[in-house]
Design a protein around this ligand. Structure first.
Ligand SMILES: C[S@@+](CC[C@H](N)C(=O)[O-])C[C@H]1O[C@@H](n2cnc3c(N)ncnc32)[C@H](O)[C@@H]1O
Length: 409
């Protein structure tokens, strides 16, 4: 019975739309193989890494130093020499390289069709605003983020959307369906949390920063159909794709704009009710993150909400867990991952004028998508065998006008 429950959704269950790359039998098989290998590595091989730590590395460390390791960095130094860790790590990196190359070749062989489909949906639309003068920051270009060839920003031909198409088609392989068929579990988790904990909050103007292809802002657009939504990113190829994707899904209340979030001076003070980032802060440099958070603070109306979705911070977790969570920093072209998960977020947000008593942090989980994790004949509850990703949502409410005046008095 339990083996039934472990059946993973296959790649062909990914939600389709007008731009989505078409895949042949072998391309689908390749994605499925990689998704299953990822799943095997995290479910069956990773426990062996912990065993290698507990049985080999840790006793040796204690014998040499006469104490417990104090940081993930010490754990990493000792684990780098453990053959079982080397095996797990090399395979994990390889699955990412293979996913990106598989996605890239899938997209490039039909790039003319995908670019033309995007152009048809984008041409003349006021809801796509590109600015070729936008400075792409070094921290976006310095590496091919999580091994994506050309990262988010590289266009290979004019009007290119290939970076977006590759991102869209491959994410399912890494997340193995946990984000749902439309890979929008993060945005849905944000909307569910707002509905559950802040049902009266009805934002009229929303800004999403670092939207990429809009996976997670589209559900926000659907949850607040009367709101005006602006989704910004520095990278043109993903914006072209994201705008066309939203249109083809029938979501028309989002304007996609090419803007560097470090300078949002084109937007007036106190002009947004809700400002979101999903899985963005960990890709920002240490210098840019406080700048962007300060811009958010400036742009919020009094009583407005800033809300960020990320993996949980490291603080308070066992050093071995921190070391595993930090794998991406060293092996997955995510150079800012570890530094961001170390930052004192409360202190940093506080320093932008959003005080700690108005901040929040909550664990949220995406809903299991029953369209890709169908109920079994046993009649068990979906939660028993489906899978959904878990995150941390955190942020702050901007002091309302009355409270601000009180504190000035
Ligand atoms: C991990 S992706 C975000 C994923 C997306 N929010 C989602 O939910 O699927 C990070 C994005 O942030 C963008 N980005 C990085 N720095 C930026 C900046 N300073 N201003 C605007 N966008 C930025 C990148 O181009 C990239 O598309």
């Amino acid at each position: 019975m339990s083996s039934n429950r472990k059946v993973l959704p296959t790649w062909d269950k990914v939600g389709k739309h007008a731009l989505f790359p078409e895949a042949k039998h072998d391309e689908i098989a390749r994605f499925n193989f990689l998704a299953n290998l990822n799943n095997h590595l995290s479910g069956q091989v990773l426990p062996g890494v912990k065993e290698a730590y507990e049985q080999n590395a840790l006793p040796a460390f204690r014998a040499e130093h006469g104490r417990e390791p104090e940081s993930r960095h010490e754990v990493r130094e000792m684990m780098k020499k453990q053959p079982f860790y080397q095996l797990w790590s090399a395979l994990r990196r390889s699955t990412m390289e293979c996913r990106q190359q598989a996605g890239r070749s899938l997209v490039l062989r039909q790039i003319d069709r995908i670019n033309a489909a995007a152009a048809e949906l984008n041409n003349g639309a006021e809801t796509l605003v590109l600015n070729p003068e936008t400075q792409i920051p070094d921290y976006v270009t310095v590496v091919d983020t999580h091994c994506m060839p050309g990262s988010y920003h590289t266009s290979v031909v004019e009007g290119d959307v290939s970076a977006g198409a590759n991102y869209d088609s491959g994410l399912f392989v890494t997340t193995v369906g946990q984000l749902g068929s439309m890979t929008d579990g993060g945005g849905r988790a944000i909307c569910d949390w707002l509905k559950k904990d802040h049902a009266d909050f009805k934002p009229k103007r929303i800004l999403d920063i670092g939207c990429t292809i809009g996976h997670n802002v589209v559900p926000i657009g659907q949850a607040f159909p009367d709101a005006e939504i602006i989704a910004i990113d520095v990278s043109a190829p993903v914006l072209r794709y994201g705008h066309a994707r939203a249109k083809s899904l029938g979501v028309n209340n989002i304007t996609f704009m090419q803007v560097n979030a470090e300078d949002l001076s084109q937007f007036a003070d106190e002009s947004f009710d809700l400002i979101t980032t999903s899985m963005v802060l960990h890709e920002l440099s240490a210098q840019s993150m406080p700048k962007i958070l300060s811009e958010i603070s400036r742009l919020l109306v009094p009583g407005g909400l800033s809300l960020h979705l990320e993996q949980p911070q490291y603080s308070g977790r066992p050093v071995f867990e921190q070391f595993i969570r930090d794998w991406d920093t060293w092996n997955n072209n995510e150079p800012f991952w570890g530094a961001m998960h170390d930052v004192d977020l409360v202190g940093m947000i506080d320093s932008t004028g959003l005080p700690s008593d108005l901040q929040f942090s909550a664990a949220v989980t995406a809903k299991v998508d029953e369209s890709i994790f169908p109920k079994t004949e046993t009649g068990d509850k979906t939660e028993d065998y489906g899978r959904a990703a878990a995150w941390n949502v955190f942020g702050a409410w901007k002091p309302a006008e009355a409270a601000k005046q009180e504190s000035v008095a």
